[in-house]
Design a protein around this ligand. Structure first.
Ligand code: ATP
Ligand code: MG
Length: 412
């Protein structure tokens, strides 16, 4: 029997605050609609306490599996289940349950969890457990039932007009839907850390705008290609909206020529922050984000972090400040950016690197050196030379859809 394939995206009730709840649910639905705009998906709708993804009739098990994998990575999704929607006929429901269990992957033990949200269905949940359970015992004679902590739970849910049957269920990344927590500007290198920092902010519901400082024209554009590859990983789940590329090599060269070696790194970084802050104002973003963690390199001592902070008024978030490198690597591997970041790329921090950088920069000293640099003129020049890369994220998807709709009558 061919059943209608579905996925159910569940979210953590706990994370949702009172009256904001509907807004969060709608945002998650819109995000999933944008990210699941693919031929195998018919529609994405909100049902009580979950988001329901309905596949087209021709969708295969592989289509469902790859869609589950994607939904599980979308911020705001705590768990995804995958199965079927069928008519409210107990015989049909038993068949759907057998197919759902057959597609649940490797397992030994199982149990049925039945629920009816409408008492207009004549069989109650206890009876459904028994009837569907007996059918599955017949179909899977070698697989024992286990009531406590089975490998798989076969959910049978009767709602108005349909029954949902699902067994395969995987944890999601949790967090909040992108677009519910405002905008941030994240300084992204092609290294391991900043993509993880970026992902953490997206997972807390922020819309993330990246800024990458390229060593061009003093170096090749390798780091820009790597950053673009990283952005393509993040855009799959809506984790990046756009990236500004800053050709920064000439300014670094100028700094290298005019600033004592020990202070160069702090001064590069302060200039980077000032530019990121200007971009944040332009974008309406309210915070800057970096992938720094305490003590990891010379620029990440408390004194140097303070000297960097002092360059701007905007708040700077460092989601990885207390993380160990091994934890960050594990996150980058899960995220899928580790291999890209492991490629060597000369960026503007490797270029003109002093041999023994200052680890305890003093703000007045740094400011005195900067007073001799044409900072404001540089910043204006740099702002005029920014290169913008757009990525597919839910907000740009819906903007494009609205544009299409607005333009449609004019063409007719
Ligand atoms: P990462 O692995 O993210 O590059 P890192 O350990 O190499 O970090 P640094 O090179 O000192 O550390 O950079 C610290 C942070 O500064 C980065 O996480 C990133 O947020 C920002 N950053 C460094 N280089 C660049 C760059 N070329 N463009 C944009 N941001 C950068
Ligand atoms: Mg780096």
């Amino acid at each position: 029997m061919q059943f209608q394939r579905i996925c159910l995206a569940h979210y953590h009730e706990l994370g949702l605050k009172g009256h904001n709840r509907t807004a969060f649910e709608k945002k998650l639905m819109y995000n999933l609609q944008a990210l699941l705009d693919r031929p195998c998906v018919e529609k994405v709708i909100r049902i009580s306490g979950r988001i329901l993804v309905i596949f087209v009739h021709e969708a295969t098990e592989e289509d469902a599996e790859s869609t589950v994998g994607l939904i599980a990575r979308v911020p705001g999704v705590a768990r995804v289940s995958c199965g079927f929607s069928c008519e409210r006929d107990i015989g049909v429901m038993c068949e759907a349950a057998a197919q759902a269990l057959a597609e649940a992957g490797e397992f030994t033990t199982w149990k049925v969890v039945a629920r009816r949200s409408h008492t207009d269905f004549e069989i109650d949940s206890m009876q459904m457990n028994q009837i569907v359970g007996a059918h599955l015992c017949e179909r899977f004679p070698d697989k024992p039932v286990k009531m406590k902590h089975p490998d798989v739970e076969v959910h049978v849910e009767v709602v108005q007009g349909h029954a949902y049957i699902y067994a395969l269920s995987v944890p999601g990344v949790g967090g909040l839907p992108v677009g519910t927590a405002g905008k941030v500007v994240c300084l992204i290198s092609s290294g391991i850390d900043s993509p993880v920092a970026m992902w953490r902010m997206a997972r807390r519901g922020a819309t993330v705008i990246g800024v990458h400082f390229s060593g061009r024209p003093q170096t090749a554009s390798t780091s820009e290609y790597l950053v673009d590859d990283i952005a393509h990983v993040l855009e799959e789940f809506g984790g990046i909206a756009r990236i500004y590329i800053v050709p920064f090599g000439d300014y670094q060269r100028e700094i290298a020529m005019q600033v004592p070696p020990a202070l160069r790194i702090v001064i590069y970084r302060r200039l980077m922050m000032k530019i990121a802050e200007r971009i944040a104002h332009k974008e309406g973003a309210k915070a800057l984000v970096t992938g720094e963690s305490l003590g990891q390199v010379a620029s990440q001592t408390l004194d140097n972090l303070a000297a960097t902070n002092a360059a701007v008024d905007m708040q700077i978030f460092r989601p990885l400040i207390g993380c160990d490198k091994l934890e960050i690597i594990a996150d980058a591997q899960k995220l899928g950016t580790f291999d890209i970041s492991s490629n060597p790329a000369p960026d503007c921090c490797t270029l003109f690197m002093p041999r023994s950088p200052e680890t305890h920069a003093k703000i007045p000293e740094v400011e005195a050196v900067e007073a001799n640099l044409p900072y404001d003129a540089w910043i204006d020049e740099i702002m005029d030379a920014l290169e913008l890369h757009e990525y597919r994220c839910p907000s740009s998807y819906w903007r494009a859809k609205r544009r299409e709709k607005d333009e449609a009558p004019a063409q007719a």
